[in-house]
Design a protein around this ligand. Structure first.
Ligand code: SF4
Ligand code: SF4
Length: 394
């Protein structure tokens, strides 16, 4: 384990309101806040602390701010609290190294519920939340959705792929492919590829948003409500190609109800067939982990093994660190997002890979855009498409 920081946590400088101490806020789950023992093990894992070196931009510093807000020591509109709740990527890397079991992701949702309530919520987040919450607006994406659902006839499971035992935890033995708000609009080809890989999965027609967008942008109540609504619409095991959606749904519906694509294929004993080639040689491919899949659900091995089955797998030193997409973060804080992404793009070039495989549509957009802006020869691709690409080769 990394050595903890010896620096003392910097507390709030005192009440920032003119009237002195405020009443307790009642925003945070006190038991969750009390778990933090201020050991500092989380500091080296935090990408924003790496950028600034400032305690307030670390998980421990942010929990200190939350505690001061909750106790009333800090004014509810304290600017440092507002800035740090926004600057945090919500990547949850801090959770994986915390010896005290601090559920930082839950604390961040509660923090943003307070900071981004009503008009304080960034307009981009408000617009996106409105888009995915209104069935009428979502129906505008109907053509795209139909393309994703039916554009390709379900392919026969390729010879050599595993049998298809039903996943544990699925009482009815039913598997429902979730199309996802971002994916159905921007990357319908990912859903098509997943459909080809998992022809046993049904694709229910009426699908809403899973609510992760709301939960991460200051409306955790709606985030929970949407997760439960989707859970009722999609029977059996919910299969998703988005690590972020998987973690959010698993939190609200239970781990047994949800499978991300790579873990599902792994459980099914799926053995990818074919090979991805570039200029007649086996392709070199790296993985960009999805933060919430890795840090929230602990899924790391399956996507690596699937890639390695059809290409030469290359582990990037920072594969597990955030790419800076972080939901709406890349749109709300493009400069910080680019700073987080930059070292990853350096690693991709140094590793001289042909592909960077992602397991979340937000990461796909972020890495693809970054590679194109740099003029890199490497291409970003979703795991579903990558595996489908391998099977199409002779
Ligand atoms: S969040 Fe966990 S790792 Fe970080 S200071 Fe608190 S107890 Fe330590
Ligand atoms: S969620 Fe990520 S960016 Fe935020 S405090 Fe934790 S490690 Fe740092």
């Amino acid at each position: 384990m990394t050595e903890p920081s010896t620096a003392e946590p910097t507390g709030p400088s005192g009440p920032s309101g003119p009237s002195g101490a405020q009443a307790p806020l009642g925003v945070f789950d006190k038991e969750l806040l009390d778990r933090c023992i201020s050991c500092g093990f989380c500091l080296p894992a935090c990408p924003t602390y790496a950028l600034t070196g400032e305690e307030t931009s670390s998980p421990r510093g942010r929990i200190t701010l939350m505690r001061a807000l909750e106790s009333g020591e800090l004014a509810p509109d304290d600017p440092t609290s507002a800035e740090e709740s926004s600057f945090c990527l919500g990547c949850r890397a801090c959770e994986t190294v915390c010896p005290a079991g601090v559920e930082y992701g839950q604390l961040l949702e509660q923090w943003r519920d307070h900071q981004w309530r009503g008009p304080a919520r960034p307009w981009i987040a408000r617009a996106l939340m409105a888009l995915v919450s209104r069935p009428g607006l979502l129906r505008l994406q109907g053509l795209v959705r139909r393309h994703a659902r039916g554009g390709a006839a379900p392919a026969a499971r390729p010879a050599g792929s595993g049998a298809a035992p039903r996943p544990a935890g699925s009482a009815a033995g039913t598997v429902s492919l979730m199309l996802g708000c971002v994916e159905r609009g921007l990357y319908p080809e990912v859903s098509r590829a997943a459909r080809q890989l998992c022809p046993e999965a049904g694709v229910p027609a009426r699908q809403g948003c899973c609510g992760a967008l709301h939960a991460h942008n200051g409306d955790s109540a709606t985030g929970a409500e949407l997760a439960h609504e989707l859970g009722e619409r999609l029977p059996g095991t919910i299969l998703t190609t988005a690590g972020g959606c998987a973690a959010h749904l698993a939190h609200h519906l239970g781990r047994d109800r949800v499978r991300e694509l790579s873990e599902y294929l792994d459980e099914q004993g799926h053995r990818p067939v074919g090979e991805v080639t570039v200029n007649g040689r086996r392709a070199r491919a790296a993985l960009q982990d999805s933060c919430h899949l890795r840090n929230g659900l602990g899924v790391t091995r399956p996507p690596r093994e699937l890639i390695a089955a059809v290409a030469d797998y290359v582990e990037l030193p920072g594969a597990g660190t955030c790419c800076g997409a972080a939901g709406t973060y890349a749109m709300l804080r493009p400069e910080d997002s680019a700073k987080v992404l930059a070292p990853k793009l350096d690693e991709v070039e140094e590793a001289d890979v042909d592909y960077v495989v992602t397991v979340n549509p937000g990461c796909l957009r972020q890495v693809r855009q970054g590679l194109r802006r740099r003029g890199s020869r490497a291409e970003a691709i979703h795991l579903a498409e990558f595996l489908a690409l391998a099977t199409r080769l002779p």
